[in-house]
Design a protein. Structure first.
Length: 319
């Protein structure tokens, strides 16, 4: 059931022993000096490798608010949703495994912005397939447990955390869901959460919001902000200076507010596509227009900002 809430005896021996100790000391001194040098050299090479790694952080758009971040041998996913279909309220969720594996070849860490189906429905399958760590709200982690993900691979967040991982760190920022416009009507989704895991299948009704989070990643000297939905809490973004911001196509007033509080050098818009339509169907004109409208707004706010409207599965450098 789903619950939504470590004596020498003569001089001869002493003399021999002294000579032996002197020899050993000299030998070890040379050996350790060489070893110490090699250790310093290894650390220098490691530092150089990290610097080179920082230069090669790559971002690939997976559609919706989904991204694949790669650097060195590490792969991070954010909100990966490649099944691209509706989660029916009363039907067991089934990930399109072929669609996912045609794109995802590795996953070390997965971050969930919030728990709606178009952000997390494919996460349990990916996490189990690649033994990835999953970071998300208790709703996200409870859904993952219910779907068979090992608890040891889950990190539950509530906002305000600073998480350190090999090669990068993440600041978790409490946020809120944006306004939804459907059928000519505007509304903010009701807040609901899953308070504990359950036995039984994961159905569409499980994918409630469960709390929204913005992630602020640091890779060496570069920073990246990811917004999973159109909402944000302005004061919680104060002091952030992302090199790249992955943003939902908000209205102009909200865009002015966010970029005024957390100015970015580069903005890449996402979540402007029709998430129920497969990549093979292309991008409908209405979605293209939505992305372009947001790009115009950003350029009007600050012409110095580099603005990108991405293509499906296209890669962009973090610079």
């Amino acid at each position: 059931m789903i619950k939504i809430r470590a004596t020498y005896q003569n001089k001869h021996v002493i003399r021999q022993t002294g000579l032996f100790i002197t020899f050993v000391t000299l030998f070890l001194g040379v050996f350790l000096s060489r070893d110490g040098y090699q250790g310093l050299e290894a650390r220098a090479q490691s530092s150089l490798a990290n610097t080179e790694q920082d230069k090669n952080v790559s971002l690939k758009w997976l559609g919706v608010a989904g991204w694949e971040i790669t650097f060195g041998t590490t792969t991070i996913l954010i909100d990966p949703f490649l099944t691209r279909k509706e989660a029916r309220h009363d039907q067991e969720w089934k990930t399109d495994e072929d669609a996912v594996l045609s794109v995802i070849k590795r996953a070390d860490y997965i971050f969930a912005g919030h728990s709606h189906a178009d952000h997390i429905a494919d996460i349990p399958f990916i996490a189990k397939k690649f033994d990835a760590k999953v970071v998300g709200s208790r709703t996200t982690t409870n859904i993952a447990i219910s779907a068979g993900v090992d608890k040891a691979r889950l990190i539950t967040i509530a906002g305000g955390e600073k998480l350190d991982f090999p090669g990068f760190s993440v600041q978790v920022i409490e946020s809120e869901h944006g306004i939804v416009r459907r059928g000519g009507r505007t509304r903010r989704p009701k807040f609901e959460e899953i308070t504990q895991p359950w036995n039984g299948p994961v159905t569409g009704e499980a994918f409630v919001e469960g709390g929204c989070y913005i992630y602020y990643f640091t890779f060496g000297g570069r920073t990246l902000l990811h917004q999973s939905s159109g909402g944000f809490v302005e004061e919680k973004l104060a002091g952030l200076r992302p090199d790249v911001a992955l943003l939902y196509p908000m209205n102009r007033a909200d865009t002015v507010s966010l970029l005024g509080t957390a100015p970015a050098k580069t903005v890449i818009v996402h979540h402007f596509d029709q998430w129920r339509a497969h990549f093979a169907e292309g991008m409908p004109p209405s979605s293209v227009s939505r992305g372009q409208r947001f790009a115009r707004d950003v350029r009007r706010i600050d012409k110095r900002i580099k603005m990108i409207v991405p293509d499906f599965l296209a890669s962009y450098p973090l610079d």
